[in-house]
Design a protein around this ligand. Sequence first.
Ligand code: SF4
Length: 504
Amino acid sequence: MTSTQTEAPTQPPTVPRTYEVRTYGCQMNVHDSERLTGLLEDAGYAAAPSGEQADVVVFNTCAVRENADNRLYGNLGHLAPVKAATPGMQIAVGGCLAQKDRETITRKAPWVDVVFGTHNIGSLPVLLERARVQEEAQVEILESLEVFPSTLPTKRESAYAAWVSISVGCNNTCTFCIVPSLRGTEKDRRPGEILAEIEALVADGVSEVTLLGQNVNAYGVEFGDRQAFSKLLRACGDIEGLERVRFTSPHPAEFTDDVIEAMAQTPNVMPSLHMPLQSGSDKVLRAMRRSYRQSRYLGIIERVRAAMPEAAITTDIIVGFPGETDEDFEATLDVVRAARFSGAFTFQYSKRPGTPAATLEDQVPRAVVQERYERLVAEVNEIAWQENRALEGRRMDLLVAEGEGRKDAATHRLSGRAPDNRLVHFNPEGADGVRPGDVVTVEVTYGAPHHLVADGAVLSVRRTRSGDTWERRQGGAAPEAGGVSLGMPVIGVPSPLPEAPACR
Ligand code: SF4
């Protein structure tokens, strides 16, 4: 007996349009880019294979960096001939610079298809489609946030660690900072929603979360609970499977003792603190419109050290703010020596158009800023090195990282993060098959200025669900959450650490 089968007419396979998101700036932007990729994938786009030209290139810009606009227009200029030669290609510009420059972008670079701001990242797919259909650039900037961005689809970059936004915007008015005018006033997410997101992340294999806010410890100001941040930290302590909790960046003015107690008493809140100093001089702090003073800052450090002697404390410092004298700069060095930071992001002040400080008289000459900057960096590095050397011989548990040890291939080491967030490069002997997201115990053999080394064999290995998740991802298994889902985390290839903390 024979049978005939009627073949269904073959449809040409639909090839998804590809995207590439280029991210500049702080963790806020890194996390926003996770949302942008989530949105694009939800709309049917696929990540462009590395080395291949994407159909859609999205710039997520930063307005804080010096010459950010020159760099953006340079990059857009490079893409103009590529776009001209690639039918259907689209370019979108979002982030802080887009919020600031708006129509200027399409005027200077008329080949840009979409400009969107910090308050409407959710509109990107619609704007791209509208630009394609109408064959005309779309510029859409909102003045305030309509939807909290964490309710948007998100494609998480790391298998084991995740950012969780608890607030966006900032109610402060630091005179060097463009954030308040571009990100708006602080909007707090409800605690239940934050905890639900963290629980979902943990269910997906994440073991470390970093709570994110421009002014993270002001959390609760919108709903009138001054202790909301410490309560949130304690609530994180009740989430089973959540091994490490961090946060960035707290503001010294709002740093209250209940936060120190919550950190010290909640075992999964890690003993690391990144607290921007900016200047050690009360006069400069006043000119910066930062409402704490040197004594308050050092008081917090003292109480943190008393409660958590093993804590690593890092900071941000700006050198050469307008009006900074040698005496003011010495006051900053005094704080550096007293606080014994384990690391610092150091910045040379330069004018940011749109900030109040840009119009201040008494700008410090470039050469003076440079000389102070070099002295500061030397002092910070020397102290960080002493602190790291003091850890030689210490045993520590490392969360094995991916993409954090640039020289690992050459040195045959792996890298991981200590509880205090120090980067440790370790000899993988005795840890066969260890995966990013697993935990190893090592003994530090050498403290370098910016990292630790553990060159003995690994003492123990704990395989974790995060490691399983990472391994599954390598096999190309579909994310458990079904690709991208509304507000639910999806896991992927970890990204390198962002350039600098959120609040500057
Ligand atoms: S530096 Fe930080 S605290 Fe000050 S305005 Fe900017 S985001 Fe707010």
